[in-house]
Structures are given as structure tokens and as C-alpha cells.
Design a protein. Structure first.
Ligand code: IMP
Ligand code: MG
Length: 181
């Protein structure tokens, strides 16, 4: 991708850095207040949620442990394959933790449905999901996050960890992707 094309693909900023920062600050406070004194394991779903995880965990002021899982549901481009595969799993004994799954975006809901069903079988003390973004219009399976920071309409977004064919993850804001050049 040329730099010219790269810039034209970023259609417009949808959520600014400051808005993201503020929302994460509040979410971190909520988690710190309601989980205080309990063993917390934050499980981030790679690759998309790595930026959100990094910022959220630094707004949590009580002791917590971090873990990472890798799930693939997109091949390339903006269309879901429909099939979810877990390529890297967590190694912790979940029966010792209150688990909070940290996700970048819920789209069809398939990824989190698969992951939640899988983790529930390991008997965590509790299991909750926090997502940065939610696209409820796109849902194909019944799934609701316990905490969702921003609800957006049905368009493809990039930045703040979210990619299109692995590009744009490093944008510090959330932008709408321009599919037609
Ligand atoms: P779901 O299984 O359809 O809910 O999709 C979940 C995964 O698809 C997310 O974790 C993202 O990695 C990816 N995804 C869904 N919508 C978008 C988007 O608008 N931009 C970038 N990635 C997306
Ligand atoms: Mg993801």
C-alpha cells in the first residue's frame, strides 16, 4: 500500500483519542471499585484488543493479572469468514479467577460466543466481557457484553488496535475505513 492510498483509506475520525481515554478511565474505575479484593484475570483477545488492554489495565488500580488469547475470525479485508479458531490459549487455572475478557469490537458476536463457551467450561469464579466497541446491528448470534464503551453503526472501523489486512492498528484513534478509492 502506498502512503497516498493509506491516507485516503482513513475516511474520517469516528472516536478521538481523548474520547477513548476518558471512557477507559471510567471503565477502569468501575472495574477497580467492583472487583476490589478479588483475584482478577484480564484476558485480552489478540490481535485487535492489545491496545485497549494496554490502556485499560493501566486504569485499574487494584491487583490484577493479565493473559492473552489469540482468535482468528477474519482472513483479510472487511468480511468475516464465519469460522473462529483459537490459535493461542491462556494457561492459567481459571477456577481461581474472576475473569474479564477484554475485546476490541463485537460484530457478528461469533468470536466471543465461542470464547465464552470455551472459558465457562473451565469454571471461572465469574466471567464478564468488556468491549471497546459494539456493532449491535451486525449481530448474527445472540451475544451481549457486560460493559461496552462505544456503540457504532454498521461500518468498518480501523485504528486503536483494529486493522484492515493488518494495517492501521497503530492509529491512536478510531476511524471509518474508506472501501472505495
Ligand atoms: P465477530 O466474531 O464477528 O464478533 O468479530 C469479531 C472480530 O472481528 C473482532 O474481534 C475484530 O477483530 C474483527 N472486526 C469486526 N468488525 C471490525 C471492524 O469494523 N474493523 C476491524 N475489525 C473488525
Ligand atoms: Mg478482535
Amino acid at each position: 500500500m502506498t502512503f497516498e492510498e493509506y491516507k485516503r483509506r482513513i475516511k474520517r475520525v469516528v472516536i478521538t483519542e481523548d474520547e477513548i481515554k476518558q471512557a477507559i478511565k471510567e471503565a477502569g474505575k468501575k472495574i477497580s471499585d467492583s472487583y476490589d479484593g478479588r483475584p482478577i484475570l484480564l484476558v485480552s483477545i489478540l490481535n485487535g484488543a492489545f491496545v485497549f488492554m494496554a490502556d485499560l489495565c493501566r486504569e485499574i488500580t487494584v491487583p490484577c493479572e493479565l493473559a492473552f488469547m489469540c482468535a482468528k475470525s477474519y482472513f483479510a479485508g472487511t468480511e468475516s469468514s464465519g469460522k473462529v479458531t483459537v490459535t493461542m490459549d491462556v494457561s492459567q487455572d481459571l477456577s481461581k479467577y474472576h475473569v474479564i475478557i477484554v475485546e476490541d469490537i463485537i460484530d457478528t458476536g461469533r468470536t466471543l460466543k465461542v470464547i465464552c463457551d470455551m472459558l465457562k467450561e473451565r469454571n471461572p469464579l465469574s466471567l464478564k466481557v468488556i468491549t471497546l466497541l459494539d456493532k449491535p446491528e451486525r449481530r448474527l448470534v445472540d451475544f451481549k457484553a457486560d460493559m461496552s464503551l462505544f456503540t457504532i453503526p454498521d461500518y468498518f472501523v480501523i485504528g486503536y488496535g483494529l486493522d484492515c489486512a493488518e494495517y492501521f492498528r497503530n492509529l491512536p484513534y478510531i476511524a471509518e475505513y474508506e472501501p472505495n478509492l
